[in-house]
Design a protein around this ligand. Structure first.
Ligand code: 5AD
Ligand code: SF4
Length: 454
């Protein structure tokens, strides 16, 4: 997996002959972050990362439970690992993340080759669990422990990348009727602000220029400040912005009802807060929104977007949509299409509803036939793709800032991200990761922009 490939180098590990760890990450950015932290936790145990499962002494699947397909992928992958494990019985197989949290024991029942199961709140226990496997046990940890796992994890090593994720909040109290997150990730917990500030300062000292604050419901962040006072996400962003060398701040994922006034204001007057916002609405039908327990109407969402855009007119908006929620009629779906036309998205993720065990919506019998949901998804995606293309096209001829991350696939090319999170590549030699440069966009290609240094 690409996101952890730079983490543990052989020099950092204690063991003379490093053992190899392969982590496969599914799902959201929180899982990407968690995989990095798990790799770091295993560094002192003598493990270095490998991209190749066939070379690995341990394979960890960091799983996602959000939709049925995501959860099934885990069992599919375990099936693919079976011949490897049979050929190399010493190889350890671990299942981490939200499927681990949700299914625990069931995983080992379905796949006896699994040596350990570690839920997303317990990965600081991974080294001890691996030792237990060596002692012949098959540990499962799916509790929500009282200790803060972040305090138990080793310090983050130097990063080769100028961008980093930083978890500030976990869990969700919203209980949208379709969603497993409140069950797999638990109740909302915000990390204390000073820990976040310290972690951010260390990241910046190690060369990070852009930090994305992560949380399942990140804009509900309310953490304890240094004197025990309450810090909102906006306060946290403003304090982070004071760190010299930190150039960009982003946050994801948010709920419309937690877009507080101070956060909207920060989008207007905090230059380091980037003009890109992922603010899912899921549906444009008030009836469906109510059934989803979203606790806002389509009109309220649109009014909110207008307020945020008044603060930051060039904001690029991204969203999530679900089609085929139980009881969704043709008219409900048309309401979603209308909302998309009114709001205008620069990026979006859209999904066919899938029933998740244990969620209220899974009890409903008024399912939308699969072929109807498929047709709706196609129409919605066509509209969203058109809007995304238009957003990319509108960049052509404009100048923007790009934070360069690494050389591109072609020789003499560097790639980075615009303020609006668009991938941009330029022809340039000898840039360093972390260079922030002005770029004129000359062409919009499918998923990226081509530009030239100004
Ligand atoms: N079915 C389909 N999509 C879902 N999502 C969450 N749960 C489900 C489900 N049961 C989508 C939502 C959410 C995104 C992360 O995944 O759009 O915002
Ligand atoms: Fe799931 Fe997001 Fe709703 Fe929380 S706010 S229940 S994470 S969709």
């Amino acid at each position: 997996m690409s996101n952890t490939e730079n983490l543990n180098t052989e020099a950092q590990t204690a063991a003379a002959v490093p053992k190899k760890l392969h982590i496969k990450t599914y799902g959201c950015q929180m899982n990407v972050y968690d995989s990095e932290r798990m790799a770091e936790a295993m560094g002192p145990e003598g493990y270095v990362l490998t991209d190749r499962p066939e070379d690995a002494d341990m394979v960890l699947l960091n799983t996602c439970h959000i939709r049925e397909r995501a959860a099934e992928k885990v069992y599919h992958e375990l099936g693919r690992l079976k011949p490897l494990k049979l050929a190399k019985p010493d190889m350890k197989i671990g299942v981490a993340g939200c499927v681990a949290q949700a299914e625990g024991e069931e995983i080992r029942r379905r796949s006896p080759l699994v040596d350990l199961v570690v839920g997303s709140q317990s990965y600081h226990k991974l080294p001890a669990m691996v030792k237990a496997v060596d002692a012949g046990e098959k540990p499962i940890e799916t509790e929500f422990p009282v200790e803060d796992k972040f305090d138990m994890l080793p310090e983050r090593p130097a990063s080769a990348r100028p961008t980093a994720f930083l978890t500030v909040q976990e869990g969700c109290d919203k209980f949208c009727a379709f969603c497993v997150v409140p069950y797999t990730r638990g109740a909302e917990v915000s990390r204390p602000a000073d820990r976040i500030m310290t972690e951010a300062r260390k990241l910046v000292a190690k060369g990070v220029r852009e930090i994305t604050l992560l949380g399942q419901n990140v804009n509900a962040y309310h953490g304890a400040g240094p004197a025990g006072e309450d810090w909102s996400l906006a306060r946290l962003v403003r304090e982070l912005a004071k760190i010299d060398g930190l150039e960009r701040i982003r946050y994801t994922t948010s709920h419309p009802n937690d877009m507080e006034d101070d956060l909207i204001a920060a989008h207007g007057d905090e230059p380091k807060l980037m003009p890109y916002l992922h603010l899912p609405v899921q549906s444009g039908s008030d009836k469906v929104l109510k059934a989803m327990n979203r606790k806002h109407t389509a009109a309220q969402y649109i009014a909110l977007i207008e307020r945020i855009r008044a603060a930051r007119p060039d904001l690029v908006l991204s969203g999530d949509f679900i089609v085929g929620f139980p009881g969704e009629t043709d008219q409900d779906f048309e309401d979603t299409m209308d909302l998309v036309r009114k709001v205008g998205y620069g990026a979006a993720y859209s999904f066919k509803y899938s029933a998740r065990p244990g969620t209220p919506a899974a009890e409903r019998k008024d399912l939308v036939p699969a072929e109807v949901a498929d047709a709706r998804l196609q129409r919605l995606q066509a509209l969203l793709t058109e809007q995304q293309r238009a957003t990319q096209q509108a960049m052509v001829g404009r100048e923007c800032w790009v934070l360069f991350e690494k050389p591109g696939r072609q020789a003499g090319q560097w790639v980075g991200k615009s303020d609006f999170l668009q991938a941009v590549h330029v022809k340039a030699e000898g840039l360093a990761p972390g260079t922030l440069a002005r770029v004129r966009i000359i062409e919009a290609v499918t998923n990226s922009l081509a530009g030239e240094l100004v």
